[in-house]
Structure formats: C-alpha cells, structure tokens
Design a protein around this ligand. Structure first.
Ligand code: ATP
Length: 820
C-alpha cells in the first residue's frame, strides 16, 4: 500500500521507521551523503524533500508520457508536408502560366525561382526536425541533454565548454552507435554499446587538436532514445558566443533548426547573460526571419536548487523579465525552472521525480509541435509571399491597363480629330498661304525700297573704310569700287534683315498658320520647316515617334534664328539686293569719277559712286524680279508641304490602326487574361490560407477560457460578424471582452481577408481603437460538415459614441462652449 501524504504533518505523524523507509523509496528521495539511522534522520530528509517538491498527491498519478503528443504531431506533420508539396506544384504551374514580365519580376525578388521552389519542395521530403540546444557556458547544457535523453552520453565537465557539435537521433535498428565526422578525412563509425563504448564516445567528444579545437566537424549519435521520435534531431552546440566568437557551424545549424532550447544559469551572478542571449536570439531571429516564432523556443532556468528559498521568486521573476526583454512575445509557459543536477541524481537512483518529468514533458510537448509548425510556417510564408507578390503585380497591371485604355482612346480621338482638321483645312490653308506669300513679296519690296532710300542706310554705306587702290586703268578702279560697294550693300541689307526679320517673318507666319489651321504635330511641323528652309523634301523619318503634343512654334522659330547666321551668304537677301545694281562702265559719271580717282578725293568719289550704285538697284525691274525669285522658295516650300499632306494623313491613319490594335489587346487582357490570373492566384492563396489556419496557426485563446451566453450577451451585428460580450477566464479576475464571431465559416473566398484583418489589427495600438487581444477558432457542423468559425477577441467598449459625447466631460470644444 503506498503511503498517502497530504501535508507536512502527515510525514511527522509517521512514527515507525518502516513507513518512513517505504515513503523514501516511494518518492525515490536520494540520501546523498547523509547517513540515515534514526527516525528523525528520515523525517528530516523527507520534510526537506517535501518542502522542495510540494505535496505529492499529484504524484500518485502515472508520470506523463512525453511521446504521446509527439508521435501524433509527427504523423500530422507528414500529412502537412505532403499538402505543402502539392501547393508547391500548384504554384509552379501558376508561375508557368504567367506572362513573362511577371516571371521576370518574381525572379528579381526570388532569384532562380523555379529551382528555389524545387529545392524547397525537396526540403519537405525530409521529416527531420532539428532542435538546437544552446546556452550560457556552464549552464548545464550537456547535463540537460543527458537528462532529456535518459542517458549519460555527453561529458558533463562543468569547467570545460562543449566544443564538439553532437547530433542525437533515435536509432532505427535499436543499435547504439556514433559516426564521427573529422574535419579532414573519412567518417568513422564507433560502437557506443556498454561502458566501454560510452567511454570511447566521451573521449571523442572531448578530444582536442593542436589548436585546442575539436578535430571533428560533428558527431552523430544514434541510440534508442525514448524521448525522441524518428526524424527529431537534438543538436548540442558549442557554447554560443564563446569568447565573442560565433561558430559558423552553429549558424548553419540555426538556419535549419526550427526549435531551440536555451539554458540559463539562474545560479550565476546576474542570472541571464543578456549579451550572449541576445547574440543567440539575433541569430535565431535572423535565420528564421519572418518565421521567427517565440513558441518554438524553450528556456530552461537551470540550477534553481542553488538559489536560496527567500530569493527564489525574485530570481524567477528577474529571469523571466530579462528573457522577455530580449525575446518579445515569449510566454511564461515557455520558461521552465529546474535543477538538472538534482533530476539526474534521481535518475541515477532510477527514480525520476514527477516534477522534473513534468518540466521536461511539458516543455518538450510544447516545443516539438511548435517547432514542427515553425518549419511548416516557413514554407507557408514563402508560398504566400510568391502568390501575394504575383497578385499585386497583376492587379497593378490591370489598373494601369484600365487607365491606359482610357488614355489611349483619348489619344486616338485626338489624332482622328487632327487628321480630320488637316484633311479639311489643308487645301484652303495652302491657297491662302500662296496669296499670303505674294503679299509678303510686295510688302518686302516696299519695305526694302524705303529702307535702301533712307538716309540712315546710305550713311551707313558711306561710312566705308575700304577704298580701291588708285590706278591708271580707270576700269580696274571701277571694278574694284563695284565689288567693295556691292559687298557693303549686301552686308547692310543683311543687317537690316537681321534687325527687322522680314524674310524670317514669312517663314514663321507660314509655320504658325499651318500649326493653327491644320493642327499639325511637332514632327510634321519640322517637316514643313525643313521644306521652307531648303525647299527640299526630307524623308518622313520616325514621324510619329515623339508624339503627341502640339508644336511649340516659338521654339522652332528660335531654332530657325540660330541657324540663320550659318546660312549660305550667296542666298542672302543682301547679296540678292546688291546684285540687282552695279557700277556700269558705260555710265559717264562712273567713268569720270574713276578716271579722276585719287587718294585725295577718294572719300568724295566713293560717296558719289555709292549713290550711283543704289540708284541702279532701282533701275528697271531687276529688283522686283530678284525679290520675287527670292520669295519663290517659300512658295515652292508650300508646294512641297501640299504634297506632304497625304503622307501626314496616311501616317496618322497607320498610327491609329496600331493604337486600335493595342487597345484591342488591352481589352483582351482586361476581360480575359488578368481576371483569370487573379482568380487562380486568389484561389491558391485561399487554399493556402485555409491550410494555414487549420494546420499551422496557433490560436491565442482556448475556447474553454471564454465564457458567454449567446442569447443574453449579444451586442450587435455588422456585415460579416456578430458581436457578443464575454468573459476571458484566463485572466485574474476574468476580463470582460467583446467577441466578434464571423457569420460565415472560414473558406477559400474569405480566409485571406480575415487573416489580413488579423495581422493589421495586431499592429494597431491606439487609445481610440478597440485593442485586439487575439483570436480563437470554433468548430461547428454546418450542413453535416465540420467547419471553422473565426472569433476575434477585442477590448470591450462600454456605452455608445453618442452617450460618450453627451455625458463625458472630455476635451470637446463644442461641449465646453455649450456648458459654460
Ligand atoms: N469592441 C466592442 N465593444 C463593444 N461593442 C462592440 C465592439 N465591437 C463591436 N461592437 C458592437 O457590435 C456591432 C457590430 O460590430 P462590427 O464591428 O461587426 O460592425 P461594423 O464594423 O459596424 O460592421 P461592418 O463589419 O459591416 O463594417 C457594433 O455596432 C457595436 O454595437
């Protein structure tokens, strides 16, 4: 009959030494160094044990079996991995159906996406779950692993930190063996059977090379560990952050581990070694990225037996506080306090106390499934990111195509309008231009004549600095004088033209008229300009490339001016005017003046000769003919333009045809391509999110912690949810909250929006927004099928906005005004 003890008194009341011995055996209390002789020795030992362990009533129940949940979780994991592999296949199919620009864009975010997907899919073949054990040096990592695995394979030297990475796996054939992978050379298999084998293994683990480092890259240990299931790998890593050094090997493990156990030495001064812990966590978080999940890390506050009773609570609180500071989101249930040494002592008595067992089982039962979920989560996130990115790109394209379609239609209408104007007005514009040019010609002649006859002009020409050399041959003098005066007049006329822009004005007015009346495009206007400048037809090159704004005439004008001085002098107005006149040797006055020409009278003679020259310009019709010829080039240019107009119209027609084709494609994309891509993407995202909610997501509250009465606690109803007042029993005292229960069960069409709302709400933190506490799920049968309903737990807001405005004396200017 086991002895039943409910209090300290029950121990003290045991009078016979047999009962006390039986109780010690029942509780597996180690004697340590104590010699038990008297009844009091036994009572003291048992009381001490009782005080440390608390009432043993619970202990009467069988110890929890750590493997129960794990085996089930691993079986579920197999199904979940297969489902995620199917999703990879679906996503790859979707990727292959995407137009190339989306594939390219995805590849810029995820290089070599197809191969990455293949590699990730392959990762899911493996059921391997790596759990990394890390901790401060001397925190008792190796001892903890020995305890966890119920063996003593790892050397537990307290002074020396672990240097060799050891991986522990359950052996599939019941064998006890280890494979040592040296840094150089081939792996070597050793037997770990019996004491000899264990001794050999420990020797290898502690081996050091000349650099005081382990000669092994790692040692894999295979034993029939009870605590491990196939596929679970426990990794004992060298002390993290040792001497400020981060082992690259540990980092590599971290990258593939999805769970971690971190040992803290509560007995050390200051407890948690924040620096080292932060180092470790930084790597955990960095390697996990967004998949970082605090539930998949367990902290063991070891050596709690060394802490004085009166300090116990404070040490626990400080440790938890420090850990939470380094590791936001960490829950108290993930921090476990124990004495590994004490527990091992019991193990050596072949008597594991239930307290220790509970710590381990609770911790491990939480850790393994959380780590499995963590692993799935990393794949879920990757898949979800690809789908979301694609959906965003396609949706953006759709919006752009829709607005692009409108813009394109406006452009087509615009070009059509211009084409019509050009067709209608070209003929009359051309005719008008021709008569304009005639008028311009008359006007030019008149202006030129009055200018040439003006005093100002003659005076400027008289101001000649260059004189012909006197000669006996008066004809030679006449010829030289003629050249000098002709040149002078030509220059002066050009100067006049420069200042008053008479000829240039003609060109500008033509361009202006064309642009105004025919609404030609900039490119077309350039064609016209070139026709006017050269009277030459240039090919219509890239006519419509630089579409499509109306030509800035002013700029073209400015450009024409720029090129003016580089123009051909022979063709200038000045040379044309000066060539209309000349000093004729048959003119008596010329003959006399040239015969008598000498340095003494050279100035007077030149003046007289200039006057004669200017007179000759106006003799006969020569000037009129010359001006007419000169202006004719504009008329010819206008003819060239007239010939170009059908080209302009044809080019516009071609352009419209192409634009309409584009428009048709855009229409097709909008009606067929984009909706199909978006629908497939949404469906995949929906399937993935349903899977996530059902298999990966962890809820924040258990249903049994929520208490409400649907008929009495109803608060209101929105489009998607009914809202109830409820009590959260996991708070002390229970917390009043609002429950927002989805009207429709979770399914592909709504789940992604629900998750988006959840993630958005979690990020919101403002006094004017009802605080979001988290989520839970309820399973219900709908038309015979088990369905999940989403339940959001929110801060309860009492009263209504109206009541608040009317009753509360808050900072409302209007309220203050009306109540003064
Ligand atoms: N946190 C809360 N505390 C107290 N009552 C609430 C709370 N949240 C919602 N309610 C009540 O439930 C009603 C419905 O809430 P819900 O948020 O579903 O509505 P909604 O946002 O107006 O609707 P919709 O989702 O269609 O936009 C509200 O009008 C309010 O009366």
């Amino acid at each position: 009959m086991p002895v039943e003890i409910k209090s300290r008194e029950d121990i003290i009341q045991l009078t016979d030494i047999q009962s006390l011995r039986a109780l010690r055996k029942q509780w597996n209390v180690p004697t340590g160094d104590q010699r038990l002789q008297t009844r009091d020795d036994y009572v003291r030992l048992l009381l001490e044990f009782y005080d440390r362990m608390g009432p043993m009533v619970e202990n009467q129940k069988p110890a929890p079996d750590p493997n129960v949940g794990l085996a089930e979780a691993i079986q579920l994991d197999t199904q979940n991995r297969a489902r995620l592999q199917e999703m990879y296949d679906e996503i790859l199919k979707y990727y292959n159906s995407l137009p190339s620009q989306y594939q390219t864009s995805l590849n810029s975010a995820y290089p070599d996406l197809v191969n990455t997907i293949a590699a990730k899919r392959k990762q899911l073949d493996s059921r391997e779950l790596v759990i990394l054990v890390a901790g401060d040096t001397g925190a008792g990592k190796s001892s903890f692993i020995n305890l966890l695995l119920e063996t003593d394979i790892l050397p537990m030297a307290s002074i020396e930190a672990t240097q060799t990475i050891c991986e522990m796996r359950k052996s599939t054939n019941g064998q006890r063996e280890a494979i040592c992978f040296p840094k150089r050379g081939h792996p070597e298999k050793i037997s770990v059977e019996g004491d000899k084998g264990l001794h050999e293994l420990k020797k290898r683990i502690q081996e050091r090379d000349r650099d005081e480092e382990s000669p092994y890259e790692r040692i894999e240990i295979y034993m029939p560990f009870k605590m491990l299931e196939e596929g679970v790998v426990i990794v004992d890593s060298p002390g993290f952050g040792e001497h400020g050094r981060k082992s690259s090997q540990v980092e590599r493990y971290l990258a593939k581990s999805f769970g971690a156990i971190y040992l803290v030495n509560t007995a050390a001064a200051g407890g948690v070694n924040s620096g080292r812990l932060r180092d470790f966590l930084r790597f955990v978080v960095n390697s996990a990225g967004e998949d970082y999940n605090p539930a998949a890390t367990i902290f063991i506050g070891n050596k709690i037996d060394s802490v004085d009773d009166q300090d116990l609570q404070e040490v626990k609180d400080t440790t938890a506080y420090k850990l939470k500071q380094c590791y936001p989101g960490l829950k108290d249930s993930n921090i476990l306090f124990m004495s590994v040494k004490e527990a091992l002592e019991y193990v050596s008595f072949n008597a594991r106390t239930e307290d220790h067992q509970r710590v381990l089982v609770q911790g491990i039962q939480k850790l393994f499934p959380a780590s499995l979920r963590n692993k799935l989560n990393s794949h879920y996130r990757f898949q979800s990111q690809i789908l979301k990115r694609t959906l965003v790109s396609v949706k953006v394209s759709r919006t752009l195509a829709a607005s692009g379609r409108e813009t394109k239609q406006i452009e087509i209408d615009d070009i059509q309008g211009r084409m019509k104007t050009l067709e209608q007005n070209a003929r009359s514009t051309i005719m008008n231009l021709k008569s304009d040019i005639k008028n311009e010609e008359d006007q030019l002649q008149e202006d030129l004549a009055s200018s040439l006859r003006s005093r100002n002009f003659t005076e400027r020409v008289f101001n000649i600095q260059e004189f012909p050399k006197p000669s006996k041959d008066w004809k030679k003098v006449a010829q030289n004088t003629n050249d000098i005066i002709s040149d002078m007049i030509s220059k002066e006329v050009d100067h006049w033209e420069n200042e008053c822009q008479r000829v240039d004005g003609i060109k500008t007015r033509i361009l202006d008229k064309f642009s105004r009346e025919c609404q030609v495009y900039e490119d077309q206007l350039k064609e016209i300009e070139s026709a006017l400048l050269d009277g030459d037809v240039r090919t219509i090159k890239d006519l419509h490339k630089s579409m499509k704004k109306q030509a800035p005439v002013r700029q073209i004008w400015a450009k024409a001016k720029e090129t003016k001085f580089g123009g051909d002098k022979v063709n200038s107005l000045g040379s044309m005017v000066s060539s209309a006149g000349g000093l004729s040797t048959s003119d008596r006055r010329v003959k006399d003046l040239c015969k008598n020409y000498s340095p003494k009278n050279q100035e007077q003679s030149m003046k007289s000769l200039v006057t004669i020259y200017i007179e000759t310009i106006f003799d006969g019709n020569d000037l009129a003919i010359k001006i007419s010829n000169f202006v004719k080039r504009f008329a010819e240019g206008v003819d060239t333009i007239a010939k170009k107009i059908p080209d302009f119209i044809n080019a516009d027609a071609d352009l419209i045809k192409n634009m309409k084709e584009d428009l048709k494609n855009a229409e097709h994309n909008l009606k067929e391509v984009f909706p199909k891509l978006i629908q497939t993407g949404n469906n995949l995202q929906g399937q993935l999110d349903v899977f996530y909610v059902k298999k990966i997501m962890e809820v924040d509250f258990r249903l049994r912690d929520i208490n409400y009465n649907p008929s009495e606690d109803f608060l209101g109803s929105g489009a998607f949810a009914d809202v109830y007042k409820a009590k959260l029993l996991c708070y002390q005292p229970p917390l009043t909250v609002a429950l927002k229960i989805g009207k429709d069960y979770l399914q592909e069409y709504n789940v992604s929006d629900v998750l988006l709302e959840d993630r958005t709400m979690r990020d919101l933190d403002h006094k004017n927004i009802a605080h979001y506490l988290g989520v839970t799920l309820r399973e219900e049968k709908v038309r015979g099928k088990r369905r999940l309903f989403w339940i959001m737990v929110l801060e309860f807001c009492s009263g209504t906005l109206k009541e608040k405005i009317i009753n509360d004396n808050y900072d409302n200017p209007d309220f203050q005004r009306t109540h003064w």
